[in-house]
Design a protein around this ligand. Structure first.
Ligand SMILES: *[C@@H]1O[C@H](CO)[C@@H](O)[C@H](O)[C@H]1NC(C)=O
Ligand SMILES: *[C@@H]1O[C@H](CO)[C@@H](O)[C@H](O)[C@H]1NC(C)=O
Length: 203
């Protein structure tokens, strides 16, 4: 009985975790201080960019909220003379950040490139790899890798490595860790305007 269940479950796990998750609803934060709350089921989208001395709970000076039933994007820049500017239309790729990352690594139907054991993954991560050469202004090879934890499909980080194409030497190596990821229902508070919209300039 248990074996039958495992036989049924294992292929299903393999199928669902061999691709990059591309959910309709997600919250993601990156270690640099950007936070995104995207719900394409109920169509509510918000992004917050915090500077290094700000935290999500104390408020972030830069925030964008797309309000679909108004067809408008509210841009809050709380520390400037124009703290709120409202534009017509959607600037979705800045707020709905994840599909752009999925595309960069080959799209949601691309099977992972290889399994890597990494401390940040607490075990195996499925990884997707992409590279390109820049030969016009510089002469460099750019490599990036996306890490998704195999056990629960949680995105862990992206890494970028740049090599000098002439010498083959490592030029730089950076990591961008994903500090928060959730597919749960997003609380209304995430989509609340940070200031009274009477202060907004409607462009
Ligand atoms: C991925 O595959 C599914 C199922 O075959 C398909 O419905 C979907 O359109 C594909 N997505 C892309 C981006 O090709
Ligand atoms: C970049 O250039 C290197 C060295 O010429 C080559 O081996 C590699 O395949 C190139 N990569 C791409 C994506 O064109």
């Amino acid at each position: 009985m248990i074996i039958t269940l495992l036989l049924l479950i294992i292929p299903w796990i393999g199928l669902t975790t061999s691709q990059i998750p591309n959910p309709m609803r997600y919250q993601v934060s990156f270690e640099g201080g950007s936070h995104y709350a995207v719900d394409k089921i109920r169509w509510r989208l918000s992004s917050k960019i915090c500077s290094s001395h700000e935290t999500l709970s104390s408020g972030c000076s830069f925030q964008e909220i797309y309000v679909p039933n108004e067809g408008r994007t509210y841009n809050f820049q709380l520390t400037t003379a124009n703290p709120c500017i409202v534009n017509r239309g959607a600037f979705l790729k800045y707020i709905d950040i994840w599909p752009g990352i999925v595309d960069k690594y080959g799209g949601e139907n691309k099977t992972y490139d290889k399994v890597i054991f990494d401390n940040d993954c607490d075990g195996p991560c499925l990884t997707w790899f992409t590279q390109h050469n820049e030969t016009i202004y510089t002469f460099m090879n750019y490599q990036s890798r996306l890490y998704i934890r195999q056990a629960d499909s949680r995105p862990i980080k992206t890494t970028s490595t740049i090599y000098d194409l002439k010498t083959g030497q490592l030029f730089s190596q950076t990591e961008n860790k994903i500090t928060y990821w959730s597919l749960d229902e997003i609380p209304d508070s995430k989509f609340k305007f940070p200031i009274d919209t009477k202060k907004c300039y409607f462009a």
